[in-house]
Design a protein. Structure first.
Length: 299
């Protein structure tokens, strides 16, 4: 078993843009990773920088948890913060792994920094568990990574190697729900209420986008569209209703409105199981017509 600390390096008090948005960022992808690796027997904690005072809080978490591995997610705006936290983690002798949209876009840019040991690119659940299993057995070496998909690393000569992506998870229903118990959900909900007049929780129903817009990176989940079953999403809604007082959902899929039949089944299932929660998309719904708006308004 490996002891893992996953880290969200977005500090709200250091980002005027995020504060102005009024919707603090739930590290949903990180919580999916946390749930998946916990389900497979590893010990996992989350350092969420959103409401932390600063990097000293991260150092305190390192001293308290003493992780074998620190995994840091990075977006383009959080790259510098992620690298600073990686340096603090590396100073303790831990293995540092980075992942997320920006490292997926350019893994070698992160391997240029000596505090980064491994980059996990594209979808990370299976790859991260493979790495943790190797570490727990004392077998996490450059040789062991030579043919391992989904990773970038430095070989024994110090050269950056980027392996092929790992095949995507087809059955999204097989994934556990995000480990929201590992972050301060009440702080998020209270902040949403204070700034927006209602509380909201992020949720994803699908991964990937089938379109090839030139201005958009394929990011982590690629262009292979995969969707959870309506029943699986409703099971998560029931869990959220039982655990938290929430007013709305924010659906943060890469693309919305592709399958009207799916939306209609989601609406029927949610109503039948008394799990209806109003929802909004990350942006305005782009693929919509009158029948689809009818479905949207029923949820």
């Amino acid at each position: 078993m490996a002891n893992v600390l996953l880290c969200n390096p977005l500090f709200l008090n250091q980002s005027a843009e995020e504060r102005a948005a009024g919707s603090p960022y739930f590290p949903l992808g990180l919580l999916y990773l946390a749930a998946y690796i916990r389900e497979r027997g590893h010990q996992v904690s989350v350092f969420d920088g959103t409401f932390a005072a600063g990097e000293a809080d991260f150092v305190e978490a390192l001293q308290e948890i003493r992780p074998d591995v620190v995994g840091i997610t990075a977006l383009m705006p959080t790259k510098e913060a992620a690298l600073r936290l990686a340096q603090l983690a590396k100073a303790t002798g831990t293995t540092v792994i980075v992942g997320g949209p920006d490292p997926t876009y350019d893994p070698k840019a992160y391997l240029e920094h000596p505090q980064v040991d491994i980059v996990v690119h594209h979808e990370g659940e299976i790859t991260l568990v493979v790495l943790l299993d190797l570490l727990a057995k004392g077998q996490l070496t450059a040789d062991s990574l030579t043919n391992e998909p989904g990773v970038a690393f430095r070989d024994e000569d110090g050269r950056s190697i980027v392996n092929r992506p790992r095949p995507y998870i087809e059955d999204l229903d097989s994934l556990p729900f995000p480990a929201r118990d590992l972050i301060d959900m009440e702080r998020y909900l209270d902040t949403w209420r204070e700034q927006n007049g209602y509380s909201s929780v992020t949720l994803t129903t699908a991964r990937g986008c089938p379109y090839g817009c030139e201005w958009c990176s394929e990011a982590v989940y690629g262009r292979e569209f995969r969707q959870r079953s309506p029943e699986n999403v409703v099971a998560e809604l029931k869990q959220l209703k039982a655990a938290y007082e929430i007013d709305r959902l924010r659906v943060v899929d890469d693309v919305d409105g592709i399958d009207r039949d799916w939306l209609e089944e989601w609406a029927r299932t949610a109503e039948a199981q008394e799990a209806v929660i109003p929802f909004e998309a990350l942006n305005d719904l782009q693929r919509q017509d009158v029948p689809m708006l009818d479905v949207r308004d029923s949820l």
